[in-house]
Design a protein around this ligand. Structure first.
Ligand SMILES: NC(=O)c1ccc[n+]([C@@H]2O[C@H](COP(=O)([O-])OP(=O)(O)OC[C@H]3O[C@@H](n4cnc5c(N)ncnc54)[C@H](OP(=O)(O)O)[C@@H]3O)[C@@H](O)[C@H]2O)c1
Length: 309
Protein backbone atom coordinates (compact mmCIF):
# COMPACT_ATOMS: atom_id res chain seq x y z
CA UNK A 1 0.00 0.00 0.00
CA UNK A 2 1.44 3.35 -0.91
CA UNK A 3 1.30 6.44 1.22
CA UNK A 4 0.34 9.96 0.14
CA UNK A 5 3.20 11.37 -1.80
CA UNK A 6 4.39 8.06 -3.19
CA UNK A 7 4.58 7.26 -6.90
CA UNK A 8 3.68 3.83 -8.23
CA UNK A 9 4.87 2.41 -11.51
CA UNK A 10 3.36 -0.57 -13.23
CA UNK A 11 5.30 -3.45 -14.72
CA UNK A 12 5.38 -1.85 -18.18
CA UNK A 13 7.38 1.07 -16.87
CA UNK A 14 11.00 1.30 -17.96
CA UNK A 15 11.45 3.96 -15.32
CA UNK A 16 14.31 2.12 -13.64
CA UNK A 17 16.53 3.24 -16.51
CA UNK A 18 14.66 6.40 -17.56
CA UNK A 19 12.39 8.08 -15.02
CA UNK A 20 11.28 10.80 -17.47
CA UNK A 21 7.57 10.84 -18.30
CA UNK A 22 6.10 12.56 -21.31
CA UNK A 23 2.92 13.65 -19.55
CA UNK A 24 1.87 14.58 -16.01
CA UNK A 25 -1.89 14.14 -16.03
CA UNK A 26 -4.09 15.98 -13.52
CA UNK A 27 -7.71 14.81 -13.38
CA UNK A 28 -7.17 11.38 -14.96
CA UNK A 29 -10.35 10.18 -13.23
CA UNK A 30 -12.47 12.85 -14.96
CA UNK A 31 -14.80 12.29 -17.91
CA UNK A 32 -12.08 13.31 -20.36
CA UNK A 33 -9.44 11.39 -18.42
CA UNK A 34 -11.04 8.01 -19.02
CA UNK A 35 -10.49 8.54 -22.77
CA UNK A 36 -7.22 10.45 -22.60
CA UNK A 37 -5.43 7.77 -20.56
CA UNK A 38 -6.26 5.29 -23.31
CA UNK A 39 -5.17 7.64 -26.08
CA UNK A 40 -1.89 8.43 -24.31
CA UNK A 41 -1.23 4.73 -23.84
CA UNK A 42 -2.02 3.97 -27.50
CA UNK A 43 0.34 6.76 -28.53
CA UNK A 44 3.02 5.19 -26.34
CA UNK A 45 3.42 8.31 -24.19
CA UNK A 46 4.48 7.47 -20.65
CA UNK A 47 2.13 9.16 -18.22
CA UNK A 48 2.00 9.88 -14.53
CA UNK A 49 -1.52 10.50 -13.25
CA UNK A 50 -2.11 12.47 -10.07
CA UNK A 51 -5.26 11.84 -8.05
CA UNK A 52 -6.45 12.44 -4.52
CA UNK A 53 -7.43 8.77 -4.27
CA UNK A 54 -4.85 6.20 -3.16
CA UNK A 55 -3.13 4.75 -6.22
CA UNK A 56 -3.78 1.19 -5.09
CA UNK A 57 -7.55 1.48 -4.74
CA UNK A 58 -9.06 -1.37 -6.77
CA UNK A 59 -10.93 1.07 -9.04
CA UNK A 60 -7.84 3.11 -9.83
CA UNK A 61 -5.72 0.01 -10.28
CA UNK A 62 -8.10 -1.44 -12.85
CA UNK A 63 -8.31 1.88 -14.70
CA UNK A 64 -4.53 2.21 -14.61
CA UNK A 65 -3.87 -1.25 -15.98
CA UNK A 66 -6.60 -0.95 -18.61
CA UNK A 67 -5.28 2.36 -19.80
CA UNK A 68 -1.64 1.39 -19.66
CA UNK A 69 -0.87 4.45 -17.57
CA UNK A 70 2.71 4.40 -16.41
CA UNK A 71 2.10 5.47 -12.88
CA UNK A 72 -0.41 6.84 -10.46
CA UNK A 73 0.57 9.25 -7.72
CA UNK A 74 -1.51 10.43 -4.82
CA UNK A 75 -1.74 14.15 -4.22
CA UNK A 76 -4.15 17.00 -3.62
CA UNK A 77 -3.70 20.04 -5.82
CA UNK A 78 -5.13 22.29 -3.12
CA UNK A 79 -2.22 21.28 -0.89
CA UNK A 80 0.85 21.27 -3.16
CA UNK A 81 2.99 20.07 -0.26
CA UNK A 82 1.17 16.72 -0.44
CA UNK A 83 2.34 16.18 -4.01
CA UNK A 84 5.04 13.52 -4.29
CA UNK A 85 8.55 14.04 -5.62
CA UNK A 86 7.81 14.09 -9.33
CA UNK A 87 10.01 12.67 -12.08
CA UNK A 88 11.20 14.86 -14.96
CA UNK A 89 8.34 15.45 -17.40
CA UNK A 90 7.77 17.05 -20.79
CA UNK A 91 4.15 18.20 -20.60
CA UNK A 92 1.40 18.83 -18.06
CA UNK A 93 -2.23 18.21 -18.99
CA UNK A 94 -4.80 19.50 -16.51
CA UNK A 95 -8.33 18.09 -16.61
CA UNK A 96 -9.13 19.12 -13.06
CA UNK A 97 -10.91 22.43 -12.34
CA UNK A 98 -8.54 25.11 -13.62
CA UNK A 99 -8.62 27.13 -10.39
CA UNK A 100 -6.74 24.23 -8.72
CA UNK A 101 -3.80 24.53 -11.10
CA UNK A 102 -2.06 27.84 -10.18
CA UNK A 103 -1.21 26.95 -6.55
CA UNK A 104 0.34 23.65 -7.69
CA UNK A 105 1.95 24.92 -10.89
CA UNK A 106 5.30 26.06 -9.45
CA UNK A 107 5.90 22.58 -8.00
CA UNK A 108 4.67 20.84 -11.17
CA UNK A 109 6.97 22.97 -13.33
CA UNK A 110 9.96 21.81 -11.26
CA UNK A 111 9.67 18.66 -13.43
CA UNK A 112 11.09 20.75 -16.28
CA UNK A 113 7.84 20.51 -18.30
CA UNK A 114 7.82 23.03 -21.15
CA UNK A 115 4.21 22.53 -22.23
CA UNK A 116 0.96 23.06 -20.30
CA UNK A 117 -2.48 22.21 -21.68
CA UNK A 118 -5.26 23.11 -19.25
CA UNK A 119 -9.02 22.70 -19.50
CA UNK A 120 -11.25 25.56 -18.44
CA UNK A 121 -14.87 25.96 -19.56
CA UNK A 122 -17.12 28.11 -21.70
CA UNK A 123 -18.94 28.74 -18.39
CA UNK A 124 -16.17 31.32 -17.96
CA UNK A 125 -18.17 33.34 -20.53
CA UNK A 126 -21.76 32.09 -20.21
CA UNK A 127 -22.13 32.26 -16.43
CA UNK A 128 -20.26 35.47 -15.68
CA UNK A 129 -23.57 37.42 -15.62
CA UNK A 130 -25.76 34.65 -14.22
CA UNK A 131 -28.48 35.79 -11.80
CA UNK A 132 -27.38 32.93 -9.53
CA UNK A 133 -24.49 33.95 -7.27
CA UNK A 134 -22.98 30.45 -7.11
CA UNK A 135 -22.78 30.32 -10.92
CA UNK A 136 -21.13 33.74 -11.10
CA UNK A 137 -18.66 32.54 -8.47
CA UNK A 138 -17.73 29.54 -10.67
CA UNK A 139 -17.22 31.83 -13.67
CA UNK A 140 -14.99 34.09 -11.57
CA UNK A 141 -12.92 31.15 -10.33
CA UNK A 142 -12.52 29.98 -13.92
CA UNK A 143 -11.46 33.48 -14.98
CA UNK A 144 -8.93 33.78 -12.14
CA UNK A 145 -7.62 30.26 -12.78
CA UNK A 146 -7.12 31.01 -16.46
CA UNK A 147 -5.40 34.35 -15.85
CA UNK A 148 -3.06 32.99 -13.19
CA UNK A 149 -2.19 29.89 -15.25
CA UNK A 150 -1.31 32.03 -18.28
CA UNK A 151 0.71 34.42 -16.18
CA UNK A 152 2.67 31.73 -14.28
CA UNK A 153 3.46 29.92 -17.55
CA UNK A 154 4.54 33.13 -19.26
CA UNK A 155 6.84 33.99 -16.33
CA UNK A 156 8.39 30.51 -16.52
CA UNK A 157 8.73 30.62 -20.31
CA UNK A 158 6.41 27.63 -20.67
CA UNK A 159 4.09 27.21 -23.69
CA UNK A 160 0.52 27.14 -22.41
CA UNK A 161 -2.78 26.45 -24.16
CA UNK A 162 -6.17 26.82 -22.49
CA UNK A 163 -9.22 24.91 -23.69
CA UNK A 164 -12.83 25.85 -23.06
CA UNK A 165 -15.21 23.00 -23.87
CA UNK A 166 -18.96 23.46 -24.06
CA UNK A 167 -21.28 20.90 -22.42
CA UNK A 168 -19.34 17.61 -22.16
CA UNK A 169 -20.92 14.17 -22.49
CA UNK A 170 -19.73 10.58 -22.38
CA UNK A 171 -22.53 8.05 -22.58
CA UNK A 172 -23.40 6.75 -19.12
CA UNK A 173 -20.86 8.88 -17.26
CA UNK A 174 -21.65 12.61 -17.41
CA UNK A 175 -24.05 14.77 -15.43
CA UNK A 176 -25.58 16.41 -18.51
CA UNK A 177 -26.72 14.22 -21.40
CA UNK A 178 -26.47 11.00 -19.40
CA UNK A 179 -28.58 12.55 -16.67
CA UNK A 180 -31.25 13.35 -19.28
CA UNK A 181 -31.07 9.72 -20.47
CA UNK A 182 -31.48 8.49 -16.92
CA UNK A 183 -34.55 10.68 -16.37
CA UNK A 184 -36.05 9.55 -19.69
CA UNK A 185 -35.52 5.89 -18.80
CA UNK A 186 -37.12 6.45 -15.43
CA UNK A 187 -40.10 8.65 -16.31
CA UNK A 188 -40.52 8.22 -20.10
CA UNK A 189 -41.16 11.95 -20.44
CA UNK A 190 -39.02 15.06 -19.93
CA UNK A 191 -40.18 18.57 -18.95
CA UNK A 192 -38.57 21.58 -20.65
CA UNK A 193 -38.84 25.23 -19.76
CA UNK A 194 -40.70 26.89 -22.65
CA UNK A 195 -39.73 25.78 -26.13
CA UNK A 196 -36.14 24.89 -25.24
CA UNK A 197 -35.06 26.88 -28.29
CA UNK A 198 -31.61 27.91 -26.97
CA UNK A 199 -28.76 26.53 -29.06
CA UNK A 200 -26.27 23.99 -27.70
CA UNK A 201 -23.08 22.31 -28.93
CA UNK A 202 -22.59 19.16 -26.84
CA UNK A 203 -19.05 17.83 -27.15
CA UNK A 204 -17.90 14.25 -26.59
CA UNK A 205 -15.24 13.71 -23.92
CA UNK A 206 -13.24 11.52 -26.31
CA UNK A 207 -13.00 14.35 -28.87
CA UNK A 208 -11.59 16.55 -26.09
CA UNK A 209 -9.10 13.80 -25.25
CA UNK A 210 -8.03 13.82 -28.89
CA UNK A 211 -7.51 17.60 -28.71
CA UNK A 212 -5.37 17.36 -25.57
CA UNK A 213 -3.16 14.69 -27.12
CA UNK A 214 -2.85 16.55 -30.42
CA UNK A 215 -1.91 19.79 -28.69
CA UNK A 216 1.13 18.32 -26.96
CA UNK A 217 2.99 18.79 -30.21
CA UNK A 218 1.18 21.83 -31.63
CA UNK A 219 3.49 24.79 -30.99
CA UNK A 220 1.24 27.16 -33.00
CA UNK A 221 -1.35 26.81 -30.23
CA UNK A 222 0.96 28.12 -27.50
CA UNK A 223 -0.32 31.15 -25.59
CA UNK A 224 -3.85 30.74 -26.98
CA UNK A 225 -7.31 30.05 -25.56
CA UNK A 226 -9.63 27.92 -27.69
CA UNK A 227 -13.36 27.29 -27.41
CA UNK A 228 -14.01 23.60 -28.12
CA UNK A 229 -17.68 23.18 -29.06
CA UNK A 230 -19.13 19.91 -30.34
CA UNK A 231 -19.64 19.10 -34.01
CA UNK A 232 -23.27 20.18 -34.21
CA UNK A 233 -25.26 23.22 -33.12
CA UNK A 234 -28.79 22.20 -32.15
CA UNK A 235 -31.56 23.53 -29.92
CA UNK A 236 -31.85 22.26 -26.36
CA UNK A 237 -35.11 20.63 -27.42
CA UNK A 238 -33.46 18.86 -30.40
CA UNK A 239 -30.69 17.70 -28.06
CA UNK A 240 -33.29 16.13 -25.78
CA UNK A 241 -35.06 14.57 -28.77
CA UNK A 242 -31.79 12.98 -29.86
CA UNK A 243 -31.38 11.47 -26.40
CA UNK A 244 -34.88 9.96 -26.65
CA UNK A 245 -33.95 8.56 -30.09
CA UNK A 246 -30.67 7.14 -28.80
CA UNK A 247 -32.75 5.15 -26.29
CA UNK A 248 -35.03 3.90 -29.05
CA UNK A 249 -37.94 5.99 -27.76
CA UNK A 250 -40.30 8.47 -29.38
CA UNK A 251 -39.65 11.92 -27.86
CA UNK A 252 -42.21 12.85 -25.19
CA UNK A 253 -41.51 16.40 -24.03
CA UNK A 254 -43.62 18.37 -21.62
CA UNK A 255 -43.51 22.13 -22.21
CA UNK A 256 -43.57 23.90 -18.85
CA UNK A 257 -44.25 27.67 -18.71
CA UNK A 258 -41.00 29.35 -17.59
CA UNK A 259 -42.43 30.92 -14.36
CA UNK A 260 -43.70 27.50 -13.25
CA UNK A 261 -40.35 25.93 -14.11
CA UNK A 262 -38.52 28.56 -12.07
CA UNK A 263 -40.69 27.87 -9.07
CA UNK A 264 -40.26 24.08 -9.41
CA UNK A 265 -36.48 24.30 -9.73
CA UNK A 266 -36.18 26.69 -6.79
CA UNK A 267 -38.12 24.24 -4.65
CA UNK A 268 -36.19 21.22 -5.96
CA UNK A 269 -32.69 22.74 -5.81
CA UNK A 270 -31.92 21.53 -2.25
CA UNK A 271 -32.39 17.89 -3.35
CA UNK A 272 -31.49 18.03 -7.06
CA UNK A 273 -27.69 18.18 -7.35
CA UNK A 274 -26.52 21.12 -9.47
CA UNK A 275 -30.05 22.38 -10.18
CA UNK A 276 -30.54 26.15 -10.19
CA UNK A 277 -33.47 28.37 -11.15
CA UNK A 278 -31.29 29.83 -13.93
CA UNK A 279 -31.28 26.49 -15.79
CA UNK A 280 -34.75 27.13 -17.23
CA UNK A 281 -33.82 30.58 -18.52
CA UNK A 282 -30.70 29.16 -20.12
CA UNK A 283 -32.80 26.68 -22.12
CA UNK A 284 -33.99 29.71 -24.12
CA UNK A 285 -30.49 31.17 -24.52
CA UNK A 286 -27.97 30.38 -27.23
CA UNK A 287 -24.70 29.11 -25.71
CA UNK A 288 -22.64 28.81 -28.86
CA UNK A 289 -18.96 29.24 -29.62
CA UNK A 290 -16.82 29.44 -32.71
CA UNK A 291 -14.89 26.27 -33.52
CA UNK A 292 -13.03 28.05 -36.34
CA UNK A 293 -9.76 28.95 -34.57
CA UNK A 294 -9.32 25.41 -33.18
CA UNK A 295 -10.18 23.91 -36.57
CA UNK A 296 -7.65 26.15 -38.31
CA UNK A 297 -4.83 25.75 -35.80
CA UNK A 298 -4.97 22.04 -34.98
CA UNK A 299 -7.69 20.40 -37.05
CA UNK A 300 -10.52 20.33 -34.47
CA UNK A 301 -13.32 18.31 -36.14
CA UNK A 302 -15.53 16.84 -33.43
CA UNK A 303 -18.31 14.31 -34.04
CA UNK A 304 -21.96 15.32 -34.53
CA UNK A 305 -24.30 14.79 -31.58
CA UNK A 306 -25.52 11.20 -31.99
CA UNK A 307 -25.10 9.69 -28.52
CA UNK A 308 -25.25 5.89 -28.22
CA UNK A 309 -26.51 4.54 -24.93
N1 LIG B 1 -18.49 18.50 -17.28
C1 LIG B 1 -18.69 19.49 -18.15
O1 LIG B 1 -19.76 19.56 -18.81
C2 LIG B 1 -17.62 20.51 -18.40
C3 LIG B 1 -17.90 21.53 -19.33
C4 LIG B 1 -16.89 22.42 -19.65
C5 LIG B 1 -15.63 22.32 -19.08
N2 LIG B 1 -15.39 21.34 -18.15
C6 LIG B 1 -14.02 21.26 -17.62
O2 LIG B 1 -13.39 20.10 -18.17
C7 LIG B 1 -12.52 19.50 -17.20
C8 LIG B 1 -12.99 18.08 -16.94
O3 LIG B 1 -14.33 18.13 -16.51
P1 LIG B 1 -15.07 16.85 -15.93
O4 LIG B 1 -16.51 17.20 -15.73
O5 LIG B 1 -14.69 15.68 -16.78
O6 LIG B 1 -14.35 16.75 -14.51
P2 LIG B 1 -14.74 15.81 -13.30
O7 LIG B 1 -15.33 14.54 -13.81
O8 LIG B 1 -15.51 16.63 -12.32
O9 LIG B 1 -13.29 15.49 -12.70
C9 LIG B 1 -12.57 16.44 -12.00
C10 LIG B 1 -11.16 15.87 -11.85
O10 LIG B 1 -10.41 16.78 -11.05
C11 LIG B 1 -9.69 16.05 -10.09
N3 LIG B 1 -9.61 16.85 -8.89
C12 LIG B 1 -10.61 17.53 -8.29
N4 LIG B 1 -10.14 18.13 -7.18
C13 LIG B 1 -8.83 17.78 -7.06
C14 LIG B 1 -7.82 18.10 -6.13
N5 LIG B 1 -8.06 18.88 -5.06
N6 LIG B 1 -6.58 17.58 -6.33
C15 LIG B 1 -6.33 16.77 -7.39
N7 LIG B 1 -7.24 16.46 -8.32
C16 LIG B 1 -8.48 16.96 -8.16
C17 LIG B 1 -10.49 14.78 -9.84
O11 LIG B 1 -9.57 13.76 -9.50
P3 LIG B 1 -9.65 12.83 -8.20
O12 LIG B 1 -11.10 12.84 -7.76
O13 LIG B 1 -9.19 11.50 -8.70
O14 LIG B 1 -8.73 13.45 -7.23
C18 LIG B 1 -11.12 14.51 -11.20
O15 LIG B 1 -10.32 13.67 -11.97
C19 LIG B 1 -12.59 20.39 -15.96
O16 LIG B 1 -11.53 21.32 -16.04
C20 LIG B 1 -13.93 21.12 -16.11
O17 LIG B 1 -13.90 22.38 -15.47
C21 LIG B 1 -16.36 20.44 -17.81
Amino acid sequence: MSTPGSVLHDERSDSASDPRVRVLLLGATSLIGRFLTQRLASAGLSTLAISRAPPCSPERDVAQKAAGVLGWAQGDLTAPDTLPELPPADAIISLSPIWLLPPALPKLLETGARRVIAFSSTSRVTKIRSPVGAERAVAERLADGEAQTLSLCAAAGVACTLLRPTLIYAEGHDQNVSRLAKLIRRFGVLPLSGGGEGLRQPVHADDLAWAALTLIDAPAAAGKIYALPGGETISYRAMVERVFESLGRTPRILTVPPPLWRLGLTLASPVLKGATSAMGERMAQDLTFDAGPAAADFGWAPRPFRPRF
